[in-house]
Write a protein that binds this ligand. Sequence first.
Ligand SMILES: Nc1ncnc2c1ncn2[C@@H]1O[C@H](COP(=O)(O)OP(=O)(O)OP(=O)(O)O)[C@@H](O)[C@H]1O
Ligand SMILES: [Mg+2]
Length: 337
Amino acid sequence: MTPLRAVSGRVPSMQTESSPQDQPLASPAGTGAPHVVVVEGLSKYFGDRLAINDISFAIRPGECVGFLGPNGAGKSTAIHILLGLVRRSSGTIRLLGAEVPKHHQEVKAKIGVVPQIDSLDPDLSVEENLLTYAGYFNIPRRQARHKADELLAFFALENRRQEIITHLSGGQRRRLLLARALINEPQLLILDEPTVGLDPQSRHLMWERLDILRQQGTTMLLTSHYMEEVARLSNRVLILDRGEIVAQGDPEELITEMVGTEVFEVEGTDAELDRLAAEFSQCDATLERASGKLYIYTQEDCTRLVHLLGEQRTWLRRPSNLEDLFIHLTGRSLRES
Ligand SMILES: Nc1ncnc2c1ncn2[C@@H]1O[C@H](COP(=O)(O)OP(=O)(O)OP(=O)(O)O)[C@@H](O)[C@H]1O
Ligand SMILES: [Mg+2]
């Protein structure tokens, strides 16, 4: 068994030379290792509703792929299909080299899952939840106990070992869910909003633990609405909107290419913002008006902008980020799917 160690510091994220969209079936350069996940032309209808529309992507060993999209975009549906919980309408899927759902039984034991909706057994204790789950993988009892001890320590749950689930806080439950997902030492970890509803302390602890797993080479597919979480943990993102992949690649590269390097957020009256917008249109910048603000996304160091903004009442200059990319690709309005 690979021991879990709480280590400090970060390792550089593993960058890829080309996007899997270009070469969905190729092996990672130089490693000869096959992709952990290969999805091609996957679609899913629920009745007339097209929840997943012809998506293709691949995940290399050791990658952490951030799976983003607005509510109802189809992330959980795609995950459920990968896990054999929902039937696909069309497309092919290979997990750890095996075609699924046909060979799902064979790969199930190599996958760990943190579901969006808590699926812990409320009548069992923390430890019993882990041991019962280990039983589904036919892990010998002694080995399961040893692993459970290690995981309880790793997720700071040791002193809650005998507690029943209903007595745990939300953060403790999420930590236990992640511990449970690791009981079978999975080669692929699928996380559907693992830190939803957690306070900053619990979220940071989860990030630390996920980062350690990532450093140890665990391949991850991570769904989250926390852009900071995805930016910290993922070396590649896959953005889904209305069931379609609208972008995938290295997050920094996508941000620079599609949004720009810097963002100016300017407040002012409509007339002031109109005047500024007209002046800024001379720079290499993309403008957006939303919620009484003017957003200016720049590709260049536009000193002229700073000069013009000097007289404005309130403005903010900051580096562009993943949230800007997300909004750029999926819009600002609430999705009613
Ligand atoms: N069992 C189902 N029957 C009918 N429609 C479904 C079912 N499951 C999901 N859907 C629909 O499929 C679409 C995608 O839902 P899904 O849960 O995959 O979105 P999501 O990206 O995970 O969203 P969220 O961020 O809110 O978790 C939605 O329109 C949803 O209503
Ligand atoms: Mg979901």
